[in-house]
Design a protein around this ligand. Structure first.
Ligand code: FAD
Length: 431
C-alpha cells in the first residue's frame, strides 16, 4: 500500500519534496498543488505589487536588481549543481531558471496541479492498521482552481507536506504615530526598483539581509537612505548617501523620531522587518499554533508532534535553504516509510522545548525560535543522520563562513567575488 502524499506549493521546497517522493513510486504517490501557473515560488519576479491576475496577493518578494546573497556553490541542492558558467552571485532570473531545470530534469511537472490553490486541510481519524504510515490520522485536502474557486475538490491523503513559503506576508511592527506619516509606507515585499525613489529621502527600517541589500540598491537613485536599526553598527564602508541610524521611536507627519531623540524628515518609510508565517488552509483541528512567529508543536522545526503525517519544510530562517530542504524532506520521508521511528509525542515535545529554552537562555527573543545562523550545521547533520542520508558537505559551511567574513568587511562589493569549491574543506577565490 503506497503512501499518498499531498505537497502544498511548488517553490524550491515543494519541488524538492516532489523530487524525492516521485523517485520512490513503489512507496509513495505524490500530488502537488501550486496556485500560480509555474514553479519557482518567490523566485518568480514580477514588477506588479498588490494582487496577481487571479486576484491573489502577489507572492514573490523579489526586486528587479536582486542578486543572491549566497553564492550558487552553497545554494544548490546537493544532487543538482548550478550551471558552471554562472558567476557565484547570480540574478533572481538565474535561480528561477535553475529551479525550472530541476523540475524538468527530475520530471516533476506531471505531479503538480498548477493554478490550483489548497484552501483547506483537515485531519480525519483512520485506524492505525488501515494506514500505510502506521499513524491514526489521514487528511482531507480541499483544493480549487484559482480561476473558479467554486469548483473545489476534496481528496484524501495519508500525509501532507506544507511548502507554502514564508516570505509573502509582511510583518510591520507597531510604531506610535505611523498612521500620521505623510509620505509613502512600504514593506520590502513590495520594493521593486530604486528608480521609484529617485531623489527621495528613504528611511529603511531593519538591517538584516533585505534591509542591507535594499539600502545599497536604493542608494543609486535616492537622495539619502537612512538605514535605521538597533543592532551593532555595520562596520563595512557604505555608499556615501547611506547612513546608519538608530531604530525609530515614533512618527508625526513627515517627521520620524529616532531612538536617540534625533528627528529626520523622510519621503518614504521602507520596512525591512520580516514576514509572518501564515497557513490559511489549515483548519483549527490541525492544532498548529503561531505565537510571535513561533510555530508549535513541531519536532525539529519540521514534523507536527500530534499529527506526525503533517510536516512543514523550510520553517527555519537564516540558513542555506535548498540544502536544508533536501535533508528535511529525506527525514520526513524516512518518518513516513517507517525507516525512522519517531520518538513518542512526549519525547518530541520535550526535545522542542529544550531547543526553545536554550535559545531563550542565550538571550534570543521568542520570535527567533526558528532562526538558525550558525546552528544550522549541527541541525542539518542531525536531520541527515536521523534520515539515514548523506550529510551536507563541510565545504558548504566553509564557503558560507568565508562569504560571511568577506561580506562583513565589504557589504557593497562582496557579490563581485567568485568562488569555487575545490574539495571537501577548502575554497579558492578570484576577483
Ligand atoms: P516559496 O518560494 O515562497 O514557494 C512557496 C510556493 O507555495 C509558491 O509558489 C506559492 O505560490 C505556493 N503556495 C502558497 N500557498 C499555496 C496554496 N494555498 N496552494 C497552492 N500553492 C500555494 N535563498 C537563497 O538560497 N539565496 C538567496 O540569495 C536568497 N535570497 C532571498 C531574497 C529574498 C528577497 C527572499 C524573499 C528570499 C530569499 N531567499 C534566498 C530565500 C528563499 O525564500 C528560499 O531560497 C526558497 O526559495 C524558499 O522556497 P519555498 O518553497 O519555501 O517558498
Amino acid at each position: 500500500m503506497s503512501v499518498r502524499v499531498a505537497v502544498i506549493g511548488a517553490g524550491a521546497a515543494g519541488l524538492c519534496a516532489v523530487r524525492h517522493l516521485a523517485s520512490r513510486p513503489s512507496t509513495f504517490s505524490v500530488q502537488a498543488f501550486e496556485q500560480s501557473p509555474g514553479v519557482g515560488g518567490t523566485w518568480v519576479y514580477t514588477e506588479k505589487t498588490g494582487t496577481d491576475i487571479y486576484g491573489l496577493p502577489i507572492h514573490s518578494s523579489m526586486y528587479k536588481n536582486l542578486k543572491t546573497n549566497l553564492p550558487k556553490e552553497v545554494m544548490a541542492f546537493p544532487d543538482f549543481p548550478f550551471d558552471k558558467q554562472l558567476p557565484s552571485f547570480i540574478k533572481h532570473q538565474d535561480v528561477l531558471q535553475y529551479l525550472e531545470k530541476y523540475a524538468t530534469h527530475f520530471n516533476l511537472l506531471q505531479h503538480i496541479k498548477f493554478e490550483t490553490q489548497v484552501i483547506k486541510v483537515q485531519p480525519i481519524h483512520c485506524p492505525k492498521e488501515q494506514s500505510p504510515t502506521g499513524q491514526d490520522q489521514k487528511w482531507e485536502v480541499t483544493s480549487a482552481p484559482v480561476l473558479d474557486s467554486k469548483k473545489s475538490v476534496t481528496e484524501e491523503y495519508d500525509a501532507v507536506i506544507v511548502c507554502n513559503g514564508h516570505y509573502a506576508v509582511p510583518l510591520i511592527p507597531k510604531v506610535p504615530g505611523l498612521e500620521t506619516f505623510s509620505g509613502e509606507i512600504i514593506h520590502s515585499h513590495t520594493y521593486r526598483a530604486p528608480e521609484d525613489f529617485k531623489n527621495q529621502t528613504v528611511l529603511c527600517l531593519g538591517a538584516a539581509a533585505s534591509g542591507q541589500d535594499i539600502s545599497i540598491d536604493l542608494s543609486s537613485e535616492a537622495k539619502m537612505v537612512y538605514l535605521c536599526h538597533n543592532k551593532s553598527l555595520i562596520q563595512s564602508p557604505l555608499p556615501p548617501n547611506v547612513q546608519q541610524k538608530p531604530g525609530i521611536q515614533s512618527v508625526s507627519g513627515s517627521t520620524v523620531t529616532l531612538n536617540n531623540g534625533e528627528e529626520i524628515s523622510a519621503d518614504c518609510l521602507l520596512f525591512c522587518t520580516g514576514y509572518h508565517f501564515r497557513f490559511p488552509f489549515l483548519t483549527e483541528s490541525c492544532h498548529l499554533h503561531i505565537e510571535e512567529e513561533r510555530l508549535t508543536p513541531l519536532y525539529k522545526h519540521l514534523i507536527h508532534t500530534e499529527f506526525p503525517t503533517l510536516s512543514f519544510i523550510g520553517i527555519c530562517k537564516t540558513i542555506c535553504p535548498f540544502p536544508q530542504f533536501h535533508v528535511q524532506i529525506l527525514l520526513v520521508l524516512a518518518a513516513l516509510d517507517g525507516s525512522f521511528q519517531l520518538p513518542s509525542k512526549e519525547e518530541m515535545d520535550a526535545d522542542t522545548e529544550a531547543d526553545y529554552q536554550k535559545r531563550l537562555s542565550e538571550g534570543l527573543p521568542k520570535r527567533h525560535a526558528h532562526t538558525m545562523g550558525n546552528r544550522q550545521w549541527a541541525y542539518n547533520d542531525e536531520i541527515a543522520r536521523l534520515a539515514g542520508c548523506e550529510l551536507i558537505q563541510k565545504s558548504v559551511k566553509n564557503l558560507y563562513d568565508a562569504v560571511h567574513e568577506t561580506r562583513v568587511k565589504n557589504l557593497v562589493g562582496y557579490k563581485r567575488v567568485n568562488y569555487e569549491m575545490v574539495n571537501e574543506c577548502s575554497y579558492s577565490e578570484a576577483c
